[in-house]
Design a protein. Sequence first.
Length: 393
Amino acid sequence: MLTLGIESSCDDTSVALVESSDRGHVVISEKTASQIDIHKKYGGVVPEIAGRMHAEKIVPLVEEVLNSPSPLESPLGQGGKNRPDVIAVTAGPGLITGLVVGVEAARTLSYAWNIPLVAVNHIEGHVHSVEITNSKFQISNNPQNSNHQKYPTSNIQYPALALIVSGGHTELIYIKKQGSYKVIGKTKDDAAGECFDKVAKLLDLPYPGGPQISQLALKGNPQAINFPRPMINEKIDFSSENEPAFGWSFSGLKTSALYWLRDHKLAAMHLNHIRLPAGFFAQMPEPPTLEDFCASFEQAIIDVLVAKTLKAAEEYKPKTVILGGGVSANVKLRSTLETALNANLKISNFLFPMNTYCMDNAAMIATAGYYKAVKKEFADWRTIKADPNWEIE
Ligand code: KG4
Ligand code: ZN
């Protein structure tokens, strides 16, 4: 099945053509227009500007994707056929100014081309992002392929547990079977990626801050500053049907980073590479560097994410653990979670997306949309609506 995916829920306009079968999902063509350079000036996404940029880009991107001159020869056998069988669009959650652009484009195409339409939840897209491949080599099930273990296709075994961490979301989701979701953990305030971005701003690092902090953290000491681990020992209440049992709070961590910089003015100058007189620290211990600050802060976030995921895995006993969303690009988070699951619970089926599919992208929307199309869960172009607060269920 060929699915045309459309994603415009935040600051990326993305369109992709994905070929799917029960053997896997191959990206035939994908084009993304990132708005990061525009929003950078404001230190975050400006909804009004985002909406206008999506509207400008979406139709040219659809045209480019469908007319891409030589679609990758697909191992699934249908490559080269450019008329999609179904259109999948992100209908929520996200910024309403962006969502409406994608939904309006998708329903217009569905009507004009007489192609069925599916509405995809953005978070469900991140869940299925771990199944995407863009190379026929990876789908060939060749056990000699060293990437095969890391980027398996169609290898989600249910029940599964997904930790989706991005700029807008931090959620733990129990997936009993494909398409059946229960949110069992949520952040009470900022999302993990948002916390990375806000602390990066305090350090005058450019937006988005997550990749900047994680890059600097590689050379720092994660024990240099003892940042708090909010709610790490929270008592888990499984009795409530309505409230997610697992919680995070990242705004306190952001505030403690702010207070640390305020209370350690000299250290903060040092950390920002402001040159202090030679021998300045001769009479006192050398303060942490910018790299140490980043490593310590990153470690605090990783510790709380991993602790809660482990507790949830212990309780729900999933066959697969999925890590998705923009923050899943964080190499240390991946390796810490992988090791912890293996060492504590002997869970070895741990999946995360190829780097290109960590951030928002239309290929993951097409992939999630395929499963809906197979089950004939179509949306009507006359009534489909963008829902900025759509809860996955
Ligand atoms: O999924 P995504 O592209 O958009 C949302 O749905 O929010 O995620 C973007 C977020 C940003 O907050 C960015 O700082 C964060 O993912 N991010 C990272 C890394 N790469 C991206 N955070 C930590 N470490 C990284 N390597
Ligand atoms: Zn996202």
